[in-house]
Write a protein of this length. Structure first.
Length: 510
């Protein structure tokens, strides 16, 4: 093993041991299911903001998005624009009212439980349907994070992809299993900070090296028309981006209000005063991070000595770090810490997804449907068992080393955004929304994405492959229309439900 590899390995080991140590400390503070799933609603503004955004951005921020821009040019940055708009609206419009409503709605700890309490669903139909949707799409989402980890370890250490996949999954599993939500949020705070530092420093250093002739550097690496490559309205090959392509990329922003692992942070913040601070911190963090991730893709195309193969474009950030921080032990060790930033992005999402799946199975299905008499200890035990099972299933989904991180994230994001996004908005802001409308919205949104993205209905191709229209763009509005129509043609909400809605409007924090 070379000296460079040893230096990077030391950085990784130090980082991973710190994450596990936090899990052990958090376990001592986890006394019940509210602690395990919401940290006792005690998050401060910085932890809430950075953990929400770190859990959101995942490995695709440092691998998938830069890789897309590296290969196709700045035209792929519309995804980042959509995500920024979605993030800002989510924090400004959704966060405070969701936190209030989950408290009014019988102190709901999970998104499915909130839906149940919001619509007084005594038959627990919403609880069961929404929990199943979460498990299905979060399995794919968690698999994308584990695939990112496998590619990271494989690229950095030359370890077989499948062994690398096992290492990453094991560490994430350990501290999520032990410490629950508190461990996840504390580690996400550290990971979010580390991600931001790496995202800012690496492209600045790389650009300083080639700034004298940036266009020439791009030309040397296969970009003939730098104007088109740097334009938001053209693809790298010189073709003008279609309206459908731009709108589909912007539509990523619609998914935010339906992401359980992000929404649960809003529910867990200590107070509305802290939530206001969190909003500002999160919006600034995501603006800097998305801009820097796009810059990595563009600058990396000019900076790297060799053009990356199509199958390796998602490793552009890794390759830049290895090229910049080379030479003596100290430089390589610093580079190893920045590589930990990529690992941080991966782990911060995977842990949150594991926890959301665990809460859906143990709290929503096991406790609320199958075993209402189960005490807190049994539910906590079931939560940890679920974390292990979900990790294993996601590991199997990520087994193929050729799986695209961006594709896996795209499918999961569309499924969750279409199934839950419209319902979250309607349940918070439209008092006429009723139980049948809620059920119709979840089912129509989730099923549409499955049909659009997975079933080969057009000459052996999926509808997405045939049209290139992102499923979230259509699925979100189909779900919204179903909620409105079904709610209007069925019985109006009961007086109790309307009273809860008004209580949220008049809610005052103690």
């Amino acid at each position: 093993m070379s000296g460079s590899t040893i230096a990077i390995l030391i950085a990784f080991v130090c980082y991973l041991l710190l994450m596990i140590y936090i899990g052990i400390l958090s376990m001592k503070k986890t006394k019940n299911t509210e602690d395990y799933f919401l940290g006792g609603r005690g998050l401060n503004s910085w932890v809430a903001a950075l953990s929400a955004q770190a859990s959101d951005m995942s490995g695709w921020l440092l691998m998938g998005l830069p890789g897309s821009i590296y290969a196709a040019g700045t035209g792929k940055a519309w995804i980042a624009v959509g995500l920024f708009i979605g993030t800002a609206l989510n924090w400004i419009l959704i966060s405070k009212r969701l936190r209030r409503y989950t408290i009014v709605a019988n102190n709901s700890l999970t998104l499915p439980e909130f839906f149940q309490n919001r619509f007084h669903d005594k038959k627990k139909i919403l609880l069961g349907i929404s929990s199943i949707v979460i498990v299905i799409f979060f399995l794919v989402y968690t698999a994308s994070a584990l695939a990112s980890g496998g590619k990271l370890f494989h690229t950095v250490f030359g370890v077989d992809y499948h062994i690398a996949l096992l290492i990453g999954a094991a560490v994430i599993l350990i501290y999520t299993f032990l410490g629950g939500f508190l461990a996840v949020c504390t580690t996400d705070f550290i990971q979010g900070t580390l991600m931001l530092i790496g995202l800012m420093i690496v492209p600045i250093v790389a650009y300083a090296v080639i700034s004298g002739d940036f266009a020439g550097a791009l030309n040397a690496n296969g970009i003939e028309n730098t104007g088109h490559y740097m334009s938001l309205f053209y693809a790298a090959d010189g073709s003008r981006l279609s309206f459908v392509s731009i709108i589909s990329d912007l539509a990523w922003g619609l998914g935010y209000c339906g992401m359980p692992h992000i929404l649960v942070r809003f529910m867990a913040v200590k107070s509305e005063k802290e939530l206001k601070k969190s909003s500002a911190i999160a919006i600034i963090w995501v603006a800097i991070s998305l801009f820097a991730a796009c810059a990595i893709g563009v600058i990396g195309r000019g900076y790297l000595a060799q053009v990356l193969a199509d199958s390796a474009t998602e490793t552009v950030f890794i390759s830049m770090i290895k090229q910049i921080f080379s030479g003596n032990f100290i430089l390589v060790f610093i580079g190893g810490l920045f590589l930990c930033g990529i690992l941080a992005a991966i782990m911060s999402t995977a842990d949150s997804q594991l926890l959301v799946c665990a809460s859906s199975v143990s709290k929503d299905i096991y406790k609320n449907i199958l075993k209402p008499e189960a005490d807190d200890k049994k539910v906590l035990k079931m939560s940890r068992i679920t974390v292990m099972i979900v990790a294993v299933l996601a590991f199997l989904i990520a087994w193929n080393p050729d799986s695209s991180i961006m594709d896996l994230v795209s499918d999961a994001w569309a499924g969750l955004g279409s199934a839950f996004g419209p319902l979250v908005v309607c349940s918070l802001f439209w008092k006429r929304t009723n139980l049948p409308g809620a059920v119709a919205g979840i089912i129509s949104g989730g099923l549409f994405v499955i049909v659009w993205d997975y079933l080969p209905l057009v000459n052996g191709e999926t509808l997405y492959a045939a049209t290139r229209i992102y499923s979230l763009l259509l699925g979100f509005f189909i779900s919204l229309i179903c909620i409105v129509i079904v709610s209007l043609v069925t019985k109006a909400p009961s007086a109790e439900i309307l009273t809860d809605f008004e209580n949220v409007n008049q809610y005052k924090e103690d």
